[in-house]
Design a binder for this molecule. Structure first.
Ligand SMILES: C[S@@+](CC[C@H](N)C(=O)[O-])C[C@H]1O[C@@H](n2cnc3c(N)ncnc32)[C@H](O)[C@@H]1O
Length: 230
């Protein structure tokens, strides 16, 4: 998908992916990450997701990346917050909107995820990927999964592969074009298993807003760095 595709979706308010309630699978499975309160969660392709409000309310700092400025502006407006806006890179198109929410730090970057570095994003303890990998067409997914890993694996002595909670959908792609795209278990393994232990926590039937008649399963994955032992 090119940037114009997403700009238009937001401009025309064709944002069926945006949820008015916190994602029940986040609530159910977030503890599987085993994160101490105060940890920092990275939400790639964050849109204006209310899940970020929930994360802050649980005591986590949040760093998000979103291509479309109006999505981030709507997020803060809907929360009744006036963020501080900075341009921390040489590129004036990239901005960082920061604020405090439920006493936690919230930093939302308006940028193409591929234009940022781990120095920009800062320390990350875990990744929450909902409607992000599945928003990427197949040819971009290896690059996307690599970039999320780059941005969440720290720098120098801080180097680590942060665990990820990943939500995917599986349906008959021949019946409908994405996004959201259908992703098989084999593809999840292909994108992540070089660096992560890939564990499926749940797979259950679900629906697509745009095609409620379709048979869809939603899958929850816990990705932990290879070599990790509980
Ligand atoms: C399907 S939406 C999901 C939003 C959010 N994760 C949620 O659960 O509501 C995908 C979002 O990714 C953004 N996006 C698409 N490509 C991007 C990119 N290359 N860099 C940053 N954001 C991008 C879009 O503007 C859109 O808001």
């Amino acid at each position: 998908m090119n940037p114009e595709f997403w700009q238009e979706r937001w401009q025309e308010k064709r944002i069926g992916f945006n949820q008015s309630d916190v994602n029940p699978l986040l609530i159910k499975y977030f503890t599987a990450l085993g994160l101490p309160v105060g940890s920092r969660v990275f939400v790639p392709l964050c849109g204006k997701s209310i899940d970020m409000v929930w994360l802050a309310a649980q005591g986590y700092d949040v760093v998000g990346i979103e291509l479309v400025a109006s999505a981030v502006q709507e997020f803060f407006a809907e929360q009744g917050i006036k963020p501080t806006i900075t341009e921390p890179t040489a590129n004036p198109a990239i901005k960082c909107y920061q604020s405090s929410l439920s006493g936690q730090t919230l930093a939302l970057w308006v940028a193409d995820i591929f234009a940022l570095t781990s120095e920009n994003v800062g320390h990350v303890d875990a990744v929450y990927d909902r409607a992000a990998l599945i928003a990427m067409p197949e040819d971009m997914r290896p690059k996307y999964s690599e970039q999320v890993r780059n941005l969440s694996s720290g720098v120098g002595s801080d180097s680590h592969d942060a665990p990820q909670l990943l939500l995917t959908l599986n349906y008959d792609q021949s019946k409908r074009n994405g996004p959201p795209f259908s992703i098989s278990s084999e593809q999840v393994q292909q994108y992540y298993s070089n660096y992560y232990q890939v564990n499926e926590l749940e797979g259950e039937s679900s629906t697509l807003n745009a095609a409620p008649e379709m048979a869809v399963t939603e899958h929850v994955w816990l990705l932990r760095a290879n070599g990790y032992s509980a």
